[in-house]
Write a protein that binds this ligand. Structure first.
Ligand SMILES: [Zn+2]
Ligand SMILES: [Zn+2]
Length: 152
């Protein structure tokens, strides 16, 4: 469990945010869009309830179509360019927050790997964690599981 509230921000310090409830999950996202948005092989993200995330500072946004086919808007510092969070048309109740922007990034504790079809060959996946070839399961984003997958 992450210590709350958890605070973070961008490289120049202009953008600051606070998380006041536990994320639905912590995930490593290997999708191509996250690779491009962050310049990293994958993006550690916390899937935070939207109403538990507050942010201030000079943000710009960029909208693109994700590998899922959904519109994904990423918000980054207008001054230094650090990618801070995203929002998707699929799930309005959740914000993926780029976890290495935490003041205490060691609080990030990955629970799964998503979009591993796009994982870079240089990356060694932790085989103790569940891997999803494409998008992460609904539950990890705070949504009810799809019909048919409820309680076995
Ligand atoms: Zn900045
Ligand atoms: Zn991604």
């Amino acid at each position: 469990m992450m210590e709350l509230p958890a605070a973070g921000g961008c490289l120049c310090g202009g953008v600051r945010y606070e998380i006041t409830r536990q994320p639905f999950s912590h995930a490593n996202c290997h999708c191509r869009s996250c690779q491009l948005a962050t310049g990293g092989a994958y993006a550690p993200v916390m899937l935070v309830p939207t109403d538990a995330f507050s942010v201030s500072g000079p943000l710009s946004e960029y909208q693109s179509t994700g590998d899922s086919g959904n519109e994904v808007t990423r918000a980054f510092c207008s001054n230094c360019g650090t990618t801070i969070y995203a929002r998707t048309t699929r799930v309005k109740t959740m914000r993926p927050v780029y976890a290495m922007t935490l003041d205490k990034p060691e609080a990030f504790a990955p629970e799964l790997d998503a979009w591993v079809d796009f994982a870079q060959p240089s990356v060694r996946l932790d085989d103790r964690l569940p891997q999803y070839r494409r998008d992460l399961p609904a539950e990890a984003a705070g949504l009810p599981p799809p019909l048919g997958r409820r309680k076995k």
